[in-house]
Design a protein around this ligand. Sequence first.
Ligand SMILES: [Zn+2]
Length: 220
Amino acid sequence: MLTTLTKFIDLIFENSCVICNESSGQNPICQSCENDFTVRNEKNNFKSFEEINIYSWGLYDGRLRDGIIALKAGKNKLASYFAKKLIDFWKTLPEDIRGKNYLVMPIPSHKQRIKERGYCQSTLITKYFTEVSLLNFSNSLIVKNKQTKYMNSLNNINEPRENIKDAFEIINPIQAKDILVIDDILTSGSTLCEFAKIIHKAHPDTNILGLTVAAGDRYN
Ligand SMILES: [Zn+2]
């Protein structure tokens, strides 16, 4: 009886896991799928590039990859779910890293992609992140002017650097000294590096840090 009732309530609230379709209670992703995520993996949660240092919560693999693909494929309720994970991860970073008055920006999607998808997933994540962290949010300073290839497939997680080159444009003055850039996934790093590069070109002294939900374990 209780099981029937629970199933009935789950039906009403549509709480079935977006990854495996099993009942997931109050969450969009069930405990079993969550247990499968590789998170705070020491090898994977920090990457340093010439332009930017990037922290990532999870490994872009298995069911976490499925979850991020679902986020991009219409399950925009996952944005707040992943933002909460990102907030918890952010709190574990050293005070000298996170204790700055960051202006927080999402990696923007191209307007055509936003039109197709109905939203920009990194913007949604960043909005939730700043609501909780009380840092300043902005998505009106930089736009993505160039359509780049869709990188969902397993065999094509690395976006070639030439694809993303000159994809972003600063459209309003940037005043911030410290900028935190948020994206859903870090693959080759070329997107976040290109984004940081155009900020540094206009404002060489800006301190830029990257934060992503997940990072791929394959690099060119
Ligand atoms: Zn599940």
